[in-house]
Design a protein around this ligand. Structure first.
Ligand SMILES: [Zn+2]
Length: 233
């Protein structure tokens, strides 16, 4: 949102800022111009954000009117929920998404006993960690991968792209996984959970709601790690 403080601040008086004893004077033309320019910029920003909102609403409207009529005729192009016409997202679903995401972070990105949080790929390797135990920056694992990269790895594996657990054959190398994630994020605004949404309704497919993930996170932080080799590393 706009922060109008700088643009709409009361016009500063000369007192205190100039070492003169001039009495307060009417604004000079130059000051007036500067103020008007700043006002113009502010209005441009408001206009810009209003236009963006209009486009969002138009898109929502198109989805709403299309979902009734077209759902029986043509499925959306591509498996991924299209960002150009996203299904209407209720506040409840947004909250569910956030809760699901947080639960998955707890499950897949928590520290092991040695103080390391690692993606599955790096957990299976003895490479030097990018960050010492408990010293990874926020949103980052000790291996240097981000939370989102780790969740992406897990989500890909559940859709048959690479394996997640050690001992399984084909693993998703971060050298492929991370650029693929960036591409999907840039092109489709991918977020963790997109692969688990029903492309028609936009809701979770069965077994993917936040409550299930929260239960897994509660029960599974240690259970999950039992699968992982090298916990002491
Ligand atoms: Zn990693």
């Amino acid at each position: 949102m706009l922060t109008p403080t700088s643009a709409t601040e009361p016009y500063p008086t000369d007192r205190g800022s100039l070492p003169t004893n001039r009495p307060p004077q009417p604004r000079t033309a130059e000051e007036e111009l500067r103020m008007l320019r700043s006002k113009v910029r502010e209005l441009e920003l408001i206009n810009e954000s209003a236009h963006i909102r209009v486009r969002e609403l138009e898109s929502e409207l198109a989805t709403l009117s299309a979902s009734g009529a077209a759902s029986l005729q043509a499925p959306p192009v591509g498996g991924m929920v299209s960002r150009s016409q996203p299904p209407p997202m209720t506040p409840q679903f947004a909250a569910s998404w956030k809760a699901r995401y947080d639960a998955r972070i707890r499950l897949f990105c928590s520290l092991n006993r040695a103080g390391n949080a690692l993606c599955a790929w790096h957990d299976s390797r003895r490479e030097r960690r990018a960050h010492p135990p408990r010293m990874a920056p926020p949103g980052t694992l000790n291996c240097g991968c981000t939370y989102d990269e780790a969740l992406f790895e897990e989500s890909l594996a559940r859709h048959g792209v690479g394996s997640y657990h050690p001992g399984e054959n084909v693993r998703m190398d971060p050298a492929l996984r991370n650029p693929l994630l960036r591409l999907l994020q840039e092109r489709f605004a991918y977020r963790d959970g997109d692969f688990e949404r029903d492309p028609h309704t936009g809701g979770w497919v069965e077994g993917e709601g936040h409550a299930i993930w929260e239960a897994r996170a509660l029960a599974g932080t240690s259970g999950h790690r039992k699968h992982r080799v090298g916990e002491s590393r």
